[in-house]
Design a protein around this ligand. Structure first.
Ligand code: PBG
Length: 326
């Protein structure tokens, strides 16, 4: 007999024993469902690049929001596809834009559901960049801030509980906090995509939102994936500027970053399992190369274990409904 001092397998012997010692739980209340809102009414059109997800008109978004809440999910994250785009993304700040309309409808239908609005110009600009583009093609940080401020106020006016800047302009959290406070929206929270990498994993989303940059890429404003420490600096800045919650994005390829941001702040921290992560799982599962239920569940637990208080995921509604996150 081997003189084994301690046998870790003792606490793995049965399902109940494993439940007893499990460190991490996921409940529907840890999930956020993203929704893509398009102009019009009675529209629920499948998004080809994101199988299982839909382009929804504001009325349909409100219908789905009821189901999302009924499944125990506390929040939705809204993205908008405007009827037209221009150089400065004017529709981002219009009261009659699809997202603003959807916010009003959702808050009417399910007032207790937390409505988070993604705040960025890339879905609204014809060039597809997240800010104002100068003649030489570069993105003008400080000229972008006032446009984000207007869009945030417009989202708050529509009834958004949270605005979520995902543009990666410097100084935008303090600019947004000031804009919201000065217009009386002192209770509107800011969920900052504090740590957002320039990533190939946003590919399917850009198809869904028609937001791929026409020229160039986002490497002058989104973070370089070779850097980890820089994430802490970005997070600290946003904490100091008044963010209420932080988001790390993408999720699974950046678990190291998520864990270090979690350790560096006491604010709530979320992880975004982005479109490319979803696409990889879906593609492999559809070929029978992965067990879909097990692989997705494991991916969600990985982000929770790394420190995410909540996870933005295209699986939110399905996983909550099917009782797969417990
Ligand atoms: C807007 C934005 C993007 C995503 C969320 N907000 C795209 C981008 O930065 O190009 C990606 C989400 C996903 O891939 O699921 N800036």
């Amino acid at each position: 007999m081997a003189d084994i001092i301690y046998r870790p397998r003792r606490t793995r012997r049965s399902a109940a024993m494993r439940d007893l010692v499990a460190q991490t739980v996921i409940a529907p209340r840890n999930l956020v469902q993203p929704l893509f809102v398009v102009p019009g009414s009675a529209i629920a059109r499948p998004i080809e690049a994101l199988s299982g997800q839909m382009h929804l008109s504001p009325d349909k978004a409100a219908d789905l929001a009821k189901e999302i809440r009924a499944a125990g999910i506390p929040a939705v994250l809204l993205f908008g596809i405007p009827p037209e785009k221009d150089a400065v993304g004017s529709y981002a700040a219009r009261a009659d834009a699809p997202v603003q309309e959807a916010v009003r409808r959702i808050k009417d239908a399910v007032p207790e559901l937390v409505v988070i609005c993604d705040l960025c110009l890339c879905e609204y600009t014809d060039h597809g960049h997240c800010g104002v583009v100068r003649e030489d093609g570069s993105v003008d940080n400080d000229a972008t801030l006032p446009l984000l401020m207007q869009a945030a106020v417009s989202q708050a006016e529509a009834g958004a509980d949270v605005v979520a800047p995902s543009d990666m302009m410097d100084g935008r959290v303090s600019a947004l906090r000031r804009a919201l406070d000065e217009t009386g929206f002192i209770e509107t929270a800011i969920l900052s995509y504090a740590v957002k990498y320039r990533s190939a994993f946003y590919g399917p989303f850009r198809e869904a939102a028609g937001s791929a940059p026409r020229e160039g890429d986002r490497s002058t404003y989104q973070m370089d994936f070779r850097n980890g420490r820089e994430a802490l600096r970005e997070a600290r800045l946003d904490v100091d500027e008044g963010a209420d919650m932080l988001l790390v994005k993408p999720g699974m390829p950046y678990l190291d970053v998520l864990a270090s941001v979690r350790a560096a702040t006491d604010l709530p921290v979320g992880a975004y399992q982005v479109s490319g992560e979803y696409a990889m799982l879906e593609a492999a599962a559809s070929r029978g190369w992965l067990d879909r239920d097990m692989a997705v569940t494991e991916s969600l637990y990985a982000m929770r274990r790394a420190g995410a208080d909540f996870i933005v995921t295209y699986y939110a509604l399905e996983w909550a409904r099917r009782g797969l996150c417990r």
